[in-house]
Design a protein around this ligand. Structure first.
Ligand code: KG4
Ligand code: ZN
Length: 339
């Protein structure tokens, strides 16, 4: 049987990404980020992100095809992020994908960005996707835009069981870094500074929504404000910076771990997948691995290159959806790619 080649396109935020997947194997994954254009503002400026996608989507496509050593005519399916994300950014990828689908006369699939982040956990070290036989499991996304826990019953049913009521984890990292003028994006910077803290005493920042043992929602606005007030009244020197970073990171990790443990218990499951940009954080990865080992939970974390936004996860999930009979196409009576 002819192997299937899927093109993935991801433009939900500030990464312009294109990837090629062949029967569950990632052949290429090109990511071009506009983050350097946003860093001076301390956050993503949607209009700049959209304009960057317009410029870089075609070069990203060319690079992904050439890295995979395939031609345009070899593509059988185009899978594109349909949301959630910045509307203007999403539209660039979707319009581009629709044009390719029309010009090449191939089907198109609209993929959910959050499901794809969870899917990225099942792309193994050999760049092959192996999700078959893993359902049901607990799937979590911790990124700049989202902090959500799903009970994933099968490809079609990812039940949202917990989410943040305000800021996402990554957003809290970014805002705390901004308070201390450390740069953007805050996650990697705070992780590095936290690792430099050699002291024993930590600041007792608040850990929200832990009282009710059934509560698996999150809130990070309180800790952000606590950091702001602490910083305002502090010496603001280098040693204080590392102490705040370490205390903040420890508090966030504590909360994430406690909520994961609760959710595993509530859903009575022994499989866990955690995706999204924040799972780049080594301290968090270590804690999750230790807990999983103690609880005898089978754990799936993405390879580092697939933690932040990428199109490999979009191509991989799109191919899987297509093979299981899902269809979105350009005609008006089909399931819309984007509405
Ligand atoms: O998944 P992603 O690329 O974009 C969204 O879909 O939001 O995640 C980006 C987020 C940013 O908030 C960034 O600060 C955070 O992931 N991040 C980290 C680390 N690396 C990236 N947070 C904590 N520690 C890190 N090492
Ligand atoms: Zn994302």
């Amino acid at each position: 049987m002819k192997k299937m080649i899927t093109l993935g396109i991801e433009t939900s935020c500030d990464e312009t990404a294109v990837a090629v997947v062949k029967d569950g194997k990632i052949l290429s994954s090109e990511v071009s980020s506009s983050i350097h254009l946003h860093s001076q503002y301390g956050g993503v400026i949607p209009e700049i992100a959209s304009r960057y996608h317009v410029e870089y989507i075609y070069p990203a496509l060319k690079k992904a095809l050439s890295d995979a050593n395939v031609g345009m005519a070899d593509i059988d399916l185009v899978s594109v992020t349909k949301g959630p994300g910045l509307p203007g950014s999403l539209l660039v990828g979707i319009a581009f994908a629709k044009a390719l689908s029309y010009a090449l006369d191939i089907p198109i699939i609209g993929a959910d960005h959050l499901k794809a982040h969870i899917f990225s956990c099942f792309i193994n070290g050999k760049h092959e996707c192996e999700i078959d036989g893993k359902f049901p499991f607990l799937g979590m996304v911790i990124s700049g835009g989202h902090t959500s826990i799903f009970y994933c019953r099968d490809m079609d049913n990812f039940d949202l069981i917990g989410r943040t009521k305000d800021d996402a984890v990554g957003e809290a990292f970014d805002k705390v870094a901004k308070i201390m003028d450390l740069g953007y994006p805050g996650g990697p910077i705070i992780e590095k500074r936290a690792g430099e803290y050699m002291g024993e005493d930590l600041i007792d920042f608040p850990r929200a929504l832990l009282q009710d043992s059934n509560d698996i929602d999150f809130s990070f606005s309180g800790i952000k404000t606590a950091v702001l007030y602490h910083w305002r009244d502090s010496a603001k020197d280098e040693s204080e910076k590392t102490k705040v970073c370490r205390s903040f990171q420890d508090a966030v990790i504590d909360v994430v771990i406690k909520k994961i443990k609760r959710a595993l218990e509530i859903k009575n499951t022994k499989r866990l997948a955690v995706g999204g940009g924040v799972i780049n954080n080594e301290a968090l990865r270590r804690r999750i691995m230790e807990e999983a080992q103690t609880l005898e939970v089978e754990l799936f974390l993405p390879e580092k290159e697939f933690c932040t936004d990428n199109a490999a996860m979009i191509a991989a999930i799109g191919e899987k959806m297509f093979k299981s009979g899902k269809r979105s196409d350009l005609s008006l009576n089909a399931e819309p790619v984007f509405l």
